[in-house]
Design a protein around this ligand. Structure first.
Ligand code: SF4
Ligand code: SF4
Length: 201
């Protein structure tokens, strides 16, 4: 859950319509202004105030402002249903596991967002506020949860990156056997012991 207290505004006198800001927005809040062939504008309702776009603008056309009233983004009091447990189990995560450390978004909240219709990391960000802090650490966990729910992602929009960390679950058996000095088989056995429900995906 994130409390959004900032917003950005684009000065249309300065904007040259290069669209670079649109390529980094984690919630896809920036688009061409209605009726304009040139300048861009921000959807105030969904801007998370992360400021990623500000650094992209060579014209210094994007200004950060304080919202008149802060808004809370997230799914509150998530009940851990069997469906949520199933998504987390397939992703090898506990429902209470923290995925986005910047805004304290847990695996169960992301699973709830998926059950509410989120189909991409951008949808997850709009519903939970995840990925609008450092913008780096949580993408891997978000992708694992989306895949666990059967959602395969295509290319990330703009200049964003759907990067996955390699986890013990993704290392093929042939590699685990080839490098016994790294004790990968032993690690996997131990992890399966601590995640007894964690089936192979
Ligand atoms: S990066 Fe700046 S100049 Fe380019 S479209 Fe966005 S606001 Fe306009
Ligand atoms: S501040 Fe963040 S969420 Fe808002 S428009 Fe810029 S990149 Fe998008």
């Amino acid at each position: 859950m994130k409390t959004v207290s900032k917003i950005v505004v684009i000065d249309k006198e300065k904007c040259i319509g290069c669209a670079l800001c649109t390529k980094v927005c984690p919630v896809t809040a920036i688009s061409k202004a209605e009726g304009s062939a040139r300048y861009y504008e921000v959807d105030e309702k969904i801007c998370s105030g992360c400021g990623f776009c500000v650094a992209q603008c060579s014209q210094k056309a994007i200004r950060v402002m304080k919202r008149e009233q802060s808004v809370k983004v997230g799914i509150m009091n998530v009940e851990v249903t069997e469906e949520i447990k199933e998504i987390c189990r397939k992703a090898h995560m506990y429902p209470e596991q923290m995925v986005c450390f910047c805004h304290l978004v847990q695996a169960k909240e992301i699973a709830a967002a998926i059950l509410q219709g989120a189909r991409s990391p951008e949808d997850i960000s709009r519903l939970t506020g995840a990925r609008t802090g450092c913008g780096v650490l949580c993408i891997s966990g978000i992708i694992r949860l989306l895949r666990a729910a059967g959602i395969e992602l295509t290319k990330a929009p703009g200049n964003q990156w759907y990067g996955m960390d390699v986890s013990i679950w993704n290392i093929p058996e042939s590699i685990r056997e080839k490098y016994p000095e790294y004790f990968l088989e032993e690690d996997l056995r131990l992890i399966k012991e601590y995640f007894p429900e964690g089936g192979e995906k």
